[in-house]
Design a protein around this ligand. Structure first.
Ligand code: CTP
Length: 414
């Protein structure tokens, strides 16, 4: 899934940790997303990776003690001014402690002290170095003062110890930086539930009835929401690969799982409703309308079933129709193959299930499932807006822009 950071500029700070080589992957992720990337390296970082590596990856000169120049923008004051965000990854315990104290004794800490916008810090150090009172206090102080910490991982460290201290994965750091760049006041800190994927209704313990839904549209919507700053709860039957680890995820299998997880999540996000922004639910999951009446335990034998197998199905509970919608905005999804009646069927969902909006998607044929593109019309009681055909992340952003309009009074307040 291609996150687009075109027009954004990132300053990447690299300090002297063995994980400095991972900053190369991180730089690549920013470049691939279309961002302009500048790098500043502490003298210790240069002992692990050469400035030339970053220069080749970013196509920009790298700021080091040697390259600093007052005849150009390559100095610790001007370089920061060109960038929207500063991420220090990896940040050693030494650098964290120094930044918290306002110490500026090398090119990187000088750049940090001079930087006016958001700074994100991804620590990487031995467990004991991070656990020391001085480092803990420094991290707490920085967090309380507008810096964002990207938590290190627990694993076998390069020094041989096992514990917390390994640099977060480059993809995780990328998500957090992208989130800092894409934040949207309307969605920021708003609770949003998304369901996705086709349900699997068990016939016995090895066989099930399902559908071709890939869960890609729901996943794209989750990423678009996450980057805008929403508190996303993703209920899915299709796993959670490629999603930020910080996202709340609930695994589901069948229609009953989706029903229970949705009800519980709604309960959670609507308690204390007066203190919070109105939550949303995007019901993207292709929930089975029917499920086997009597799923069998174990594995049914062909010899027991005979030449034909008659399976009795019963209707499932309609999640969208049955949930309490009094304190949550609801968006249903309707995939149709009927070119004549599809749009009308989708619009009918507004009353049939009492939802605030419907995303209508006309499927051309069975091959339409699982692709990276989609075509959506966003339908409310008042409007039908064609969002066109696009990749699923672009469409998700368009859906979110339309879904904002469901809350007029809040939209003007934030
Ligand atoms: N939905 C649900 N619970 C179900 C079935 C569907 O919540 N048991 C939700 C889907 O997540 C989607 C919307 O309802 O948001 C789809 O509406 P629906 O009219 O049920 O679509 P289909 O299931 O495709 O209906 P039909 O088979 O009649 O075309």
């Amino acid at each position: 899934m291609q996150i687009d950071l075109t027009g954004k500029s990132v300053l990447l700070g690299v300090t002297g940790s063995i994980s400095a080589y991972k900053a190369c992957d991180l730089a690549r992720l920013f470049v691939k997303a279309g961002a302009e990337v500048h790098v500043v390296m502490s003298p210790s970082a240069e002992r692990f990776v050469s400035a030339l590596t970053f220069e080749a990856l970013t196509r920009n000169p790298v700021l080091t003690e040697q390259s600093e120049s007052w005849a150009s923008e390559m100095n610790h004051i001007e370089l920061g001014k060109k960038c929207d965000v500063f991420v220090i990854a990896p940040a050693t315990a030494n650098t964290i402690n120094k930044i918290a104290q306002g110490i500026a004794d090398n090119i990187l800490t000088q750049t940090a002290l001079a930087f006016k916008d958001k700074i994100l810090i991804a620590p990487a150090a031995n467990t004991q170095m991070l656990a020391k009172t001085a480092t803990c206090n420094a991290m707490t102080f920085l967090q309380d003062n507008g810096y964002s910490m990207i938590n290190p991982q627990d694993k076998l460290l390069a020094c041989g110890d096992v514990g917390s201290g390994a640099l977060a994965e480059p993809t995780e750091i990328f998500f957090e930086v992208a989130k800092a760049l894409c934040s949207d006041p309307f969605w920021k800190d708003r609770s949003v539930i998304v369901t996705g994927g086709g349900t699997r209704e068990k016939l016995d313990e090895v066989r099930y009835i399902s559908n071709f839904s890939s869960g890609k549209m729901a996943k794209s919507l989750c990423i678009a929401l996450y980057l805008r700053g929403a508190n996303v709860t993703y209920i899915s039957t299709m796993g959670f690969d490629e999603l930020p680890a910080a996202m709340t995820t609930i695994e589901a299998n069948d229609a009953q799982d989706i029903l229970e997880a949705t009800q519980q999540s709604i309960q959670k996000v609507t308690t204390d409703r007066h203190k919070m922004k109105t939550p949303y639910i995007f019901m993207v999951a292709a929930v089975a309308d029917f499920t086997p009446k009597a799923p069998q335990s174990g594995k049914l034998k062909k010899s027991m079933l005979g030449d034909t197998w008659h399976i009795e199905l019963k209707q499932t509970t309609d999640v969208l129709a049955s949930i309490d919608k009094s304190a949550i905005k609801t968006v249903g999804f309707k995939a149709e193959m009927d070119t004549q009646e599809g749009l009308n069927n989708a619009a009918a969902l507004l009353d049939k299930k009492g939802v605030d909006a419907v995303c209508y998607n006309l499927l051309k044929d069975a091959k339409s499932f699982g692709g990276n593109e989609n075509e959506i019309t966003f339908i409310t009681k008042d409007t039908q807006v064609s969002l066109g055909r696009a990749d699923k992340l672009t469409l998700s952003n368009k859906i979110l822009d339309e879904a904002k309009k469901l809350i007029h009074e809040e939209a003007s307040n934030v």
